[in-house]
Design a protein. Structure first.
Lengths: 282, 313, 334
């Protein structure tokens, strides 16, 4: 990697305190989720009936739930499932969307077919399409990932196709073509390198949307089964106690808000920092 | 212009065709046989076979598909397994709360989002922009059902200002019914204002860098006039487009909020259909919702063509 | 001989753009004048800083990045009073734009608002600066469209920009600029985007209006052919600096700066017969971009007459006989 470019990038990152802060929060949330068995103060499944529905205290910082389980520990463990599902959706939809977008942008013959399907999928609200897909696939964590991947792939496809259409007209791609570089190579190296930054930006946003969507599906009971603690299932099971113990709902929700917000802040910051137009404009 | 409209119409039909196809084949992926589902656990094999025959389920998949497409094209979305009535009728009965909810939410979202987006673009990079953009991002990070639960706890349960849930008793007047929509519409309005803020900001920034805005400055016009007359005049059409499309998406996208507040709308219908595996209802709702989106999209295009002086001639 | 006070007198103007990482100075040490009733051409390649100079005069440098970091822009207003535009409050500057100083741009296709009729766009400016009522302002707009030789002006005032050709739109821009009788008209490459025949008409129109209204014109162009046609005085810019200025005859007969000489030699009329007997248009080797980071004379990397000293010391702008100015340490021996 170009070292001066990296230095410039870091310099810009440090100028944007909020983005930097968001990146740190995000890193912390991810580390907590990964290190859950070591950092969680209690077992996420350890029931203590005598301690049920306790408000936040020095012992149970986020309070306890209807079975006396420690909510902080469950939020930390819930991050594993919620962020894990989000991450899997991002990776899968990036791969699928990038492939389809490159094909649509580069081969005119495929463009019409791919983009019509993309249009059709985008005419349905994300959450409705996701519910439908989970309904036919069956409710499990793996199927939630598959369904959300299908939902978000069209977005990536659109972005990649748009960038590909621009890049393919640039002189260097044409030059490569004239020099006899194979189409496959032009696609995979020349165009992909140039559309990498919009894809990266899109990835952070899809991560945020996927975390939100997973929570929504689980909340409706059409997502991850309730016995697996995710932020969404915690809110879903906690809502019936919301009258007496609002913390059951409050803290998993805050975890979602913090994660989604820091993801979007990072995505927005990346877009700023990677956008060559902005450099000129400022 | 007519050619343009005809092309749009063809694209719209293509999208609907793909949606219908997708919905049909994906539904067939679902575990369980529709006929045995309909008859329940006590049904005999002979009963099931009989029903399969009545519904044409014993035919090859492709034949079923063609027959189904024919039905859909003629406006027949089938019969609900559980509700004992046509799918279209079931959707029609649930349309009112969903329609009003989408309408009020989008109004709230536009009233928040458009001014915030304009301010954000005009004072780009300054405090106003940071605050507006930051709040928009926060709004986009909030799960609507969570905000709904908290609002319900605070404004309905604690303060008692609004009804906790539902759409009023049967026979309740329109005002009473709409009163039940205040909290859900506010929640959805806040969450959706994020998109409108961002979009307004982006299109304002585009227009503010146009040559004719520079001309307006060179004319010595005061800044507020440049923004409100010259820049906003040129962003209004794209903004209205996004507002319209967001409203269309809200018809089906309000599912979670409807569930939280127990509103008997289309979203609620879909969720219970999913939980009961009432596939005809799910299929029908998807087609209707995609249809509404596509029609609103088409209508906006046509209005755009009629309104924009550049296309008028 | 004492000259009458100029209409516009720019002295040592320096413009700075601050970006996130660094700051650049696209214009420094620019001095030029425009007299009432005369046309000063500001000549240079793209990137030489001519447009930035004109935006600085208009007070339209992109904010908050661009600002005037040094120098003065003295402008004599209709009232006879002279003020320094570089230090004027933004709201005062705003009232001068369109009424005292007007500007037309290179891109007639995009410089008019697509959703307003051309009549509305002119009337708007008239109303704002004169306080006329709507119908009087619209009549003024129609009158202005007639002034710029648009036939059937009353009907055309109700048309939208997209219904007009590029040449017609540039006439509308001129009508707009003239509608409040400005003292100074800045024309930034007004004919570059137009067909050659239309170019000549637009140039003639600007010239006629200048004479009739005793208006000063700052005409920005990269085209020396156009300069020869329209200018009374010429200022040549290179890499953000003025390198030479003179009245048009002196400049073409006796260019002092190697860059000016090279520019004039590049004119098609000066093309030399090539080996096959066909005439070859010459060009200056290199590009303006090569001047970035040069510590001595900015033109040295492309100059045919460079001495060692040229790379070391940056020459000052000197005034020589007859008001000609030059920035070259070798002007005496060339």
């Amino acid at each position: 990697m170009d070292f001066t470019a990296l230095r410039l990038f870091l310099k810009r990152l440090f100028k944007r305190k909020l983005v930097l802060f968001a990146a740190i929060v995000l890193a912390l949330v991810v580390i907590l989720a990964i290190a859950a068995p070591w950092v969680a103060p209690f077992s996420p499944t350890g029931m203590k009936v005598s301690q049920r529905l306790r408000p936040p205290s020095m012992v149970n910082w986020f309070g306890t739930d209807e079975f006396g389980r420690d909510i902080l520990s469950r939020v930390i463990y819930g991050g594993r499932a919620s962020l894990g599902i989000g991450m899997a959706v991002v990776l899968a939809s990036m791969i699928a969307g990038t492939t389809l977008g490159l094909l649509a942008g580069y081969f005119r013959a495929l463009d019409n077919i791919i983009m019509r399907i993309v249009d059709a999928m985008m005419s349905l609200p994300d959450i409705l399409l996701a519910i439908f897909l989970v309904a036919v696939l069956g409710a499990s964590a793996g199927n939630v990932v598959l369904a959300l991947t299908i939902v978000y792939t069209p977005r990536v496809t659109r972005v990649v196709r748009g960038s590909t259409l621009v890049v393919r007209e640039l002189p260097f791609v044409e030059a490569a073509h004239v020099l006899g570089v194979s189409t496959w190579r032009i696609l995979s190296v020349h165009i992909l390198l140039n559309v990498a930054s919009p894809i990266l930006v899109q990835a952070t946003f899809i991560f945020a949307y996927a975390v939100l969507a997973e929570a929504g599906l689980s909340f409706l009971g059409t997502g991850v089964p309730p016995e697996i603690p995710t932020w969404g299932t915690m809110i879903a099971t906690g809502q019936q106690y919301a009258d007496q113990a609002v913390w059951l709902v409050l803290f998993p929700g805050l975890a979602i808000v913090f994660s989604a917000l820091s993801l979007q802040l990072v995505g927005d910051g990346l877009r700023d920092m990677l956008d060559p137009k902005l450099r000129k404009a400022l | 212009m007519l050619v343009n409209i005809a092309r749009r119409l063809a694209a719209m039909l293509a999208v609907m065709f793909i949606v219908a196809t997708m919905v049909f084949f994906l539904t067939r992926l679902a575990p369980g046989d529709p006929a045995s589902l309909m008859l329940g656990d006590q049904a005999t094999a002979a009963d099931v076979a009989q029903l399969r025959k009545t519904f044409g389920l014993d035919q090859p998949l492709i034949v079923q598909y063609v027959l189904w497409l024919k039905e859909v094209a003629s406006g027949n979305l089938g019969q609900s397994i559980f509700l004992q009535r046509p799918v279209l009728q079931a959707i029609g009965e649930r349309a009112e709360p969903t329609f009003f909810l989408a309408l009020f939410s989008i109004l709230i979202a536009a009233v928040i989002g458009i001014p915030a987006g304009i301010a954000s673009a005009v004072w780009r990079g300054r405090h106003a922009d940071q605050v507006a953009s930051g709040l928009a991002m926060l709004a986009a990070s909030i799960p609507s059902f969570w905000l709904g639960l908290l609002f319900m706890q605070f404004f309905a349960v604690r303060l008692g200002w609004f009804p906790v849930a539902g759409y009023g008793d049967p026979g309740a007047g329109l005002v009473q019914r709409l009163y039940h929509l205040v909290l859900p519409a506010t929640v959805l309005g806040i969450v959706n204002s994020a998109l409108i803020t961002r979009f307004t900001r982006a299109s304002m920034l585009d227009v503010l860098s146009e040559d004719y805005v520079r001309t307006a400055r060179a004319k010595g016009l005061p800044e507020h006039r440049i923004i409100l007359r010259h820049a906003l005049g040129n962003t209004l059409v794209p903004i209205i487009t996004v507002v319209g499309l967001t409203a269309a998406l809200l018809i089906g996208g309000a599912i979670i909020t409807e569930t939280v507040f127990g509103l008997p709308g289309i979203g609620n219908l879909v969720v219970s259909a999913v939980l009961r595996r009432d596939y005809p209802v799910i299929q029908g709702a998807l087609i209707v919702i995609a249809g509404i989106y596509v029609i609103i999209n088409f209508a906006i295009d046509v209005i755009y063509t009629l309104v924009d002086p550049r296309v008028k001639t | 001989m004492t000259l009458p006070a100029p209409l516009l007198d720019i002295e040592n103007l320096e413009v700075t753009f601050r970006t996130e990482e660094n700051s650049v100075t696209p214009v420094r040490g620019v001095s030029l004048r425009v007299d009432a009733g005369r046309t000063t051409a500001l000549v240079g390649e793209s990137g030489s800083g001519k447009s930035v100079t004109s935006l600085a005069v208009m007070g339209l440098l992109p904010r908050p990045a661009g600002s005037i970091s040094a120098g003065a822009i003295r402008f004599r207003m209709k009232s006879g009073e002279t003020s320094n535009l570089a230090s004027l409050a933004p709201d005062v500057m705003q009232r001068l734009r369109g009424s005292e100083i007007a500007m037309i741009f290179q891109e007639p296709m995009t410089s008019l608002n697509p959703v307003l009729t051309v009549g509305e766009q002119i009337a708007e400016q008239v109303r704002y600066h004169t306080g006329m009522n709507a119908s009087a302002a619209m009549r003024r707009a129609e009158e202005m469209l007639g002034l710029v030789e648009i036939p059937d002006a009353v009907r055309r005032a109700t048309e939208y920009p997209h219904q007009m050709s590029g040449g017609m739109r540039q006439r509308v821009m001129i009508a707009l600029a003239m509608s409040c009788n400005p003292r100074l008209l800045i024309a930034d490459e007004p004919t570059t985007a137009l067909d050659v025949t239309i170019q000549a008409q637009i140039l003639a129109l600007i010239d006629r209006l200048r004479k009739e209204h005793e208006m000063g014109v700052l005409f920005i162009t990269h085209n020396l052919g156009v300069v020869a046609e329209v200018a009374d005085d010429v200022t040549v810019m290179y890499a953000g600096e003025v390198v030479e200025s003179a009245d048009v005859r002196t400049l073409f007969r006796n260019p002092r700066h190697p860059y000016t000489q090279a520019l004039i030699n590049c004119l098609p009329a000066r093309a030399l017969p090539g080996a096959d007997g066909r005439r070859v248009v010459r060009s200056i080797p290199g590009a303006v971009a090569s001047a970035a980071g040069v510590s001595g004379c900015k033109f040295a990397p492309r100059c045919a007459h460079t001495l060692a000293a040229c790379h070391v010391s940056h020459p000052a702008l000197e005034t020589i006989d007859g008001g000609q100015t030059i920035r070259c340490c070798r002007w005496r021996d060339l």
